[in-house]
Structures are given as C-alpha cells and as structure tokens.
Design a protein around this ligand. Sequence first.
Ligand code: 5AD
Ligand code: SF4
Length: 443
Amino acid sequence: MTFKLDYSGMFVKILIVNCFIKVYGCQMNAADSSLLSGILAGAGITETLSEKDAESVVVLTCSVRQHAEDRAKGFARTMRGEGKKVVVAGCMAQLRGDSLIREGVADYVAGPDQYRMIPSFIKEQEMQARNPDFDELETYSDLLPSFKNSVSESLAIMRGCNNYCSYCVVPYARGPERSVPYQSIERRIRRFLDCGAKEVFLLGQNVLAYGDAGKRFIDLLERLSGLSGLERIGFLTSHPRDLDKETVRRMAAIPNLLHFFHLPLQSASDKVLSLMNRGYTMADYEERVAWVRETFEKPYITTDILVGFPGETQEDFQYTLDAIERIGFDFAYMFAYSERPGTRACEMSAKVSQEERQERLCVLIEHANAIARKKASCLVGSEEEIFITAPAPRGDGAMLAGLRNHRSIVFKQKARPGERLRARIVRLEGFTLLAEPLTKEVV
Ligand code: 5AD
Ligand code: SF4
C-alpha cells in the first residue's frame, strides 16, 4: 500500500509493504522460510498469514520433481494475475533464472543464496536483470530465524550438497555443500531455548558431512545436546554412506537424542545404486541398519525410495520390495523417478516408461504402507514416554505428541505443549497411533 501525503508543499512517500511466503518442498525450505521471515521483518516488511491480504508474495520453490515445479509456477502465475508482486525464490529460481521473468511467472527471482536481496525487490529499490549466482560463503549464520514459538524448532546446520546422486538436481539448485559455523548454531539454539523450545532438529541435505573448525557432526551433536533446557535433539537427513559405527556408538551415549534415523535407501538393487552414484551397496546399507538396531532399543527408521530409475528392471524393483519387508521401515517417502534436466540420469538410456513408473509406485506404496502399519500395530499396548508438541488437527482437544524415537502419535487428552508424560498406546486408527494417559507425572 502506498500513501502519499502532501506536507508543507513536499511529497512524503510512506511505503507500507506486506508479503506472504508460500513454501513448497522439503524441510530445508521450511527452515529457509523462517530465515526469510526474519529477513523480511528486519526490513520492515509485514508478513501476512494468507495470500489474500498480501501485496507481494515470495514463493519458496522446490525443483526435485517436475510436479513440484509445475505447482509452484501455477501458484506464482495466479498471484501475478491478481496483481501481486511475485518473487520466485529458492531452487527453481536458481535453476530457471530470469526465464521465469520472461515467461511471466515471476517479477523477480532469488536463488537460495540471494534471500537477503528479497526485501529490496519487494520494495522495488533494486531492479534485476540477471540470473542468481551461488555464494559459497553464504550460510546466513549472522541471522536469527524467526520463531514459530513452538516447543519444537528446526535449524539448518548445512546448506548445499556435493553428492551428485545422478537423479538429483539439488547440487545444481542449492550449490556446494557448506557448514554453518558451530558458534552460530549454538547461539541460535540458545535463542530457541530462551523462547520456549525444548526440542530441536538439525537439518541438512546430509548432516553427517558437517564440518567446522575440525568439528564433525557427532562432535556438534554431543556439544549441543548438553545445552541447558534442550530436552530432545534430532537430525535429518543422513546419507547412509557416511554413517559409521563409531558415530552410532557415540550417539548412543547422548541421553536426549531422539532414536530416529532417516536413511534414504532409494533402491535395493546394487546395479541401480551404482547408476545412482549413491556410494553404498545393499549389504553396506543393511549393515548400518543393523548397527542402529543393536544400539537403540526401539529406533524409528524411515527412508526415501525412488522407483522407475533408468535401467531399473522388474527384478531390480522386486529387490526393493523384498528389502523393504526385510528391513521393516517404519515409514517410507516414495517417489516415481522424474527427469531433471542437467542431471546425469537424464542422459541415461533404458528409460522406464511413465506408465510403468506409476504402476511400480502404486505397488510400492501398498507394500510399504502395509509393512509400516504392521510395525505401528506392534506398539499397541505398550507404555511409552511422550512429548506433547501441539493440538491435534482433529480439534477434539486431543494433542499431537512424539515418542522417544520421534514417531508421531495422538494423545487423547488435553495437555500442555512441551509436557513429557507416560502414556499407553491403546489403538491404531489408519496410520495413527492413539495414546491415553497413564499418570500425570512428568518423566
Ligand atoms: N525424481 C524423483 N524423486 C527424486 N528425489 C530426488 N530426485 C528425484 C527425482 N529426480 C527424491 C529422493 C530424495 C528425495 C528428497 O526426493 O528419494 O531422497
Ligand atoms: Fe540429492 Fe543425493 Fe544430495 Fe540428497 S545427497 S540432495 S539425493 S544429491
């Protein structure tokens, strides 16, 4: 909104700008949106809760699959059609650059290393005609992200990725891997704790690659876990290749660490894993899961599976189905392979047809969900420590809570976010475990 006031013959221009942030994609983008909220607030831009009331919109985009790009483009076009100023930010902005402006999708583009420029785009203090660049030094480590004011907060400890899995666009979209300096992580977590958080998740494309001033990820985890007031600490994602036995052994000695391991498998065929450039075999992967299972009593082990990768035969796909059953994942995120221009897999032959990819995905989902349900049902009747996080969306006074291993459940009684209680798991409804109070006593 622009007000022009005529004051003593002079024009005084007061700019009041507001902005809505729309987020697509992964946890890293969700964490980036908190960073962006902080950047906007610091520049005097008011964030709106809905796009309806906004004059400008920042779309934080994801390019990992074509579908994610299509959705973000559709939303950005609609917003421009309503006369709003649109900044397309994040992965798609980096990859597609100013072609998005030419196509009428965006007024401005800002890659994952240009979030600091967004306020000047919104205020039109800066015009832009070039594609975003990477800034290998940018970790936003001087900024404090805005707080969700929740008992559970997340923080990116790394940016970028150097792994170049052959199907994945992330290294091209988010740039080279870099670690946020240790001091900055600690400072920000202290702020979260001061503001009422009790649980913190450390995020990165591969947190096991963390390194700052000779400190590796496990050193960071050990130091942070000792911060006063931090009751639960978790992390994601870990590249299975980089998990070693010594790290798992040291993790076991961290009393407030969540027993949660998200270890993306992608495929259980050694041939496909090699084509994907994953850096491990199926035997390596199963060895790592065995370390976790022998170290932690009830770990929550989740994964990502990608089907229909070039060269994946029916036999390779069957290996994946068998492995899911053998390993017994608690949950799997499942995807059909999507060609990403510029990646090595895009040039590979022996493409699996789109129909076959979708068919395999349907079979996979049914199979993995049946196993996940079976795993969940084993918990019915057990007594667990639970951590209350927020009101459950079902709106009947029930609360969402996390188990000691981060598995989410619904607690059928009103409780305060941040409370730790003992509860009994009484039922499985669909994929949701329901728990009832045991005692009101804090653990
Ligand atoms: N097509 C489909 N899924 C993909 N992922 C990454 N790239 C692609 C792609 N080109 C999946 C992987 C990764 C998750 C975040 O997204 O499973 O672990
Ligand atoms: Fe993509 Fe592989 Fe990096 Fe994950 S580790 S972001 S799948 S390149």
